[in-house]
Ligand binder design. Structure first.
Ligand SMILES: *Cc1c(COP(=O)(O)O)cnc(C)c1O
Length: 351
């Protein structure tokens, strides 16, 4: 608190990102980063762009990137919006598409940035409880609303909502925007982008931070009807006309073009996930079914916070949330095989 703060700043409750400790040799399984590097072709494209052209502003419309994304998903360029990480894209979504008279709906256990954006942009919201199996039941969203947003797969549970359930929601809910946050969809989900032509109220967001291993570059995107995209462009051009730098535009476009590397690394993460789930189950953990690059697990006899602290003493960092209903759980990012082995070794010691 400072005397220079406005009442608005004083009342904000900011998001707390997973920590980025500056300690060497950590087994860092707390922020869902990809254990494999980005596409070598993306790195080469960025190296080639590291030249005197940096004196010039980037293309404010990031056309090269929008075209690469449009080609990848078989949509028109006017269906594509890009921003500085999907967190920025989501901020514009809350500001431009979800701020209406009625409260918006999202799950009670979900991405903890959603209520933060509601606070920042003055969006009222109602949280809808996950069912007893920690699943999103979209039938519970059949109520008047100013918009609906949920991650698919959900975070931090990792549980996938089937596309058929999303389509029936879209058939019922036609008067407000439905946002599907697909940050983790490439690790076993089916994208809702195939539905955007049919449902003008559907907006799908994605990020290059997880499946394309470019968290450090900060690139995210949204795909939807051109009217929704235009709303985001209006917000963006009232905020920052150049959210993506030259490196981000060429690197992200090259990452979308390199489908082979993308497929191989996603597959490797999925295989490691299935192996790790098996090992955790044999150690007595209950693991929720994950379609993401992380798993959400609890040990019936151990407190989540205590386990996280004991792992930390062994240089393994996982994420623990001090929220009702999930206090016992740990969210564990799928690492490289040797990192996952180190986690299992540490857990064997601790248990
Ligand atoms: C990681 C994540 C994002 C944001 O990713 P960016 O790095 O900002 O692109 C958005 N939604 C969910 C659910 C996430 O887990």
């Amino acid at each position: 608190m400072s005397k220079f703060w406005s009442a608005f700043v004083n009342d904000l409750v900011p998001y707390v990102p997973g920590e980025q400790p500056k300690i060497a040799n950590l087994v860092k399984l707390n922020t869902n980063e990809n254990p494999y590097g980005p596409s070598p072709k993306a790195v080469a494209a960025m190296q080639a762009a590291l030249n005197d052209d940096l004196r010039l502003y980037p293309d404010p419309n990031a056309d090269v990137l929008k075209q690469a994304i449009a080609d990848y998903y078989g949509v028109g360029k006017s269906h594509v919006f890009v921003g500085n990480g999907s967190d920025e894209v989501l901020a514009h979504v809350f500001h431009g598409l979800l701020k209406h008279d009625r409260p918006i709906l999202f799950p009670d256990i979900s991405y903890s940035f959603y209520p933060v954006y509601c606070g920042l942009y003055g969006v009222s919201f109602r949280q809808v409880m996950l069912n007893a199996n920690y699943e999103i039941d979209l039938d519970d969203y059949a109520q008047p609303n100013g918009g609906i947003i949920f991650p698919n797969p959900n975070a931090p549970t990792g549980i996938l909502t089937p596309l058929s359930a999303i389509e029936s929601l879209l058939q019922r809910n036609t008067d407000s925007v439905v946002v599907v946050d697909e940050a983790y969809v490439d690790f076993g989900g089916e994208t809702a982008i195939t539905l955007v032509r049919k449902y003008p109220q559907l907006l799908v967001t994605q990020t290059l931070s997880k499946s394309r291993s470019l968290a450090g570059l900060r690139v995210g995107l949204a795909i939807g009807h051109p009217d929704l995209i235009e709303a985001l462009e209006r917000i963006k051009n009232s905020f920052n006309s150049y959210p993506l730098g030259r490196m981000a535009i060429v690197g992200a476009a090259a990452a979308f073009d390199d489908q082979e590397y993308f497929r191989q690394t996603c597959q490797a993460v999925i295989e490691s996930r299935e192996k790790l789930v098996g090992e955790l189950v044999s150690l007595g953990f209950e693991v929720l079914p994950s379609a993401a690059n992380f798993i959400f697990a609890r040990h019936p006899e151990r407190e989540g916070s205590a386990l996280a602290a004991l792992l930390r003493e062994r240089a393994v960092i996982v994420r623990h949330f001090r929220s009702p209903r999930i206090e016992q759980f740990l969210r564990i990012t799928i690492g490289a095989p040797e990192q996952n082995d180190a986690l299992i070794r540490a857990l064997k010691e601790v248990l």
